[in-house]
Design a protein around this ligand. Structure first.
Ligand SMILES: Cc1cc2nc3c(=O)[nH]c(=O)nc-3n(C[C@H](O)[C@H](O)[C@H](O)COP(=O)(O)OP(=O)(O)OC[C@H]3O[C@@H](n4cnc5c(N)ncnc54)[C@H](O)[C@@H]3O)c2cc1C
Length: 395
């Protein structure tokens, strides 16, 4: 829909990644005249929401995420119905950890207490399920049966299309340069000036840059993630194509971090296996600068592949780039701007926000329009960062 370069809306959403797009979708469902602004021409691969796949799971050590996933699964199903697209593939999710691992035990306890569909697996049972996976003595396994894979690019397109069908307006290739808070918020982009009663900021890795326009500093780190795909040593012979699990490896090989993997989807015959972390990088300068074999997280993955998946070539066949925006405790920020109650912030999704995005969008919408959110937002308050880096200044 053509919109003049100056117009008044009920709400403006800044950033058309998965979180902003779902926020705009829920605002439109609530009959709010909504503008979704995006700095790059859509679709783009500069932020955090691009790529074909994301893991969906309830298996979390933090019970509040497990609880939130219930509603999130329902909202994913609703989007599938509205769009006529299959966005969720149920594969089961396997969690693997060293014996006695606390995080693993808490994940199992959370699933047990909530009567979720899951089971512990003996090494023998896991070996029958996934014969190409070699575990170390004493390592423990469980399977959450509803875990699986979301089709990320398709989902992003679907939610934006539904938003537009409800009358929502998207303007892409239009960077927000200035925000003037007040009873009516004025947003100036590279090609227009827009006014709205409310603003929601979902700027992904650019959040700190955007929040600084409003005098707010939060301890966010932006990390460059190397998304690695691996091929079989001899194509078609390892049996992995048929049996490769969606998995989460917790503290395996004495590493602090997690490793996760998904069955082949993007590239026929290649498996996505990644390190849950990366090096700090500015989102504007995130290109792969080092030689892949000198990057520490890729070295960790190479060691993991040679020990746990010996049927795969221990060097990545394809490396793509993506960004995490992480908070110190890896929990999200879902809150009002401390000084401006008609500005809501959704940020710090710390590399695990996709699965929850339909619910995050609903929560950000509810905060914005003054509805009571369906979940306790204490873990997500911006005020939990009592560090000197958080300053609240009047702009
Ligand atoms: C490699 C990788 C794997 C992941 N795996 C999983 C997984 O398995 N499961 C899971 O649940 N989650 C996963 N995640 C996390 C999930 O993808 C992110 O939490 C989610 O995509 C964050 O979305 P976002 O909308 O906050 O950010 P983004 O997608 O980055 O969107 C922010 C948007 O704001 C725009 N913007 C910024 N500044 C401006 C401005 N000034 N003007 C206009 N527009 C602006 C940006 O261009 C961008 O499009 C993964 C992330 C990565 C990188």
């Amino acid at each position: 829909m053509a919109v003049p370069s100056s117009a008044v809306f009920d709400c403006i959403v800044l950033g058309a990644g998965i979180q902003g797009s779902f926020t705009a979708y829920h605002l439109a469902k609530n009959h709010k005249k909504t503008l979704l602004l995006e700095q790059f021409p859509l679709p783009h691969s500069r932020g955090s929401s691009h790529g074909q796949t994301r893991i969906i799971r309830r298996a979390y050590a933090e019970g509040f995420y497990t609880d939130m996933m219930e509603e999130s699964y329902q909202l994913w199903a609703k989007l599938e119905k509205e769009s006529g697209l299959k966005l969720y593939r149920k594969t089961g999710l396997v969690v693997i950890a060293p014996s006695g691992n606390e995080e693993f035990q808490t994940i199992c306890k959370n699933m047990e207490e909530r009567h979720l569909s899951w089971e512990p697996l003996t090494q023998e049972q896991f070996k029958q399920k996934c014969p190409g996976f070699v575990l170390k003595p004493g390592e423990v396994v469980c399977c959450e049966h509803d875990g699986g894979v979301l089709s990320a690019d398709k989902a992003l397109r679907a939610v934006q299309e539904q938003f537009q069908k409800m009358g929502g307006v998207i303007r892409d290739g239009e960077k927000v340069k200035h925000i003037k808070p007040g009873q009516v918020v004025t947003v100036t982009t590279t090609s227009g000036i827009f006014e709205a009663e409310r603003l929601v900021i979902t700027a992904g890795p650019w959040a700190q840059k955007v929040l600084s326009l409003l005098g707010l500093e939060v301890p966010l780190k932006t990390l460059r993630i190397n998304v690695c795909y691996w091929k079989e040593k001899t194509p078609g012979t390892s049996g992995l194509l048929e049996t490769f699990p969606t998995f989460l490896g917790v503290n395996l090989n004495g590493e602090e971090h997690e490793v996760y993997g998904l069955p082949s989807q993007e590239y026929p015959g290649l498996f996505k296996i990644c390190f849950h972390g990366g090096n700090e990088a500015d989102p504007e300068e995130r290109e792969l600068q080092d030689k892949p074999n000198q990057i520490e997280d890729i070295q960790i993955l190479c060691r993991f592949i040679s020990q746990y998946l010996p049927g795969l070539h221990p060097k990545p066949a394809v490396i793509e780039q993506c960004m995490y925006t992480s908070t110190p405790d890896c929990n999200f920020i879902l809150d009002y701007h401390p000084l401006h109650k008609n500005i809501v912030i959704g940020s710090g999704f710390s590399g695990h926000g996709f699965k929850l995005s339909p619910l995050v969008g609903k929560i950000l919408c509810d905060l914005s329009i003054g509805k009571q959110p369906s979940h306790d937002l204490k873990p997500f308050h911006i005020g939990r960062f009592k560090t000197p880096t958080m300053q609240r200044k009047e702009p």
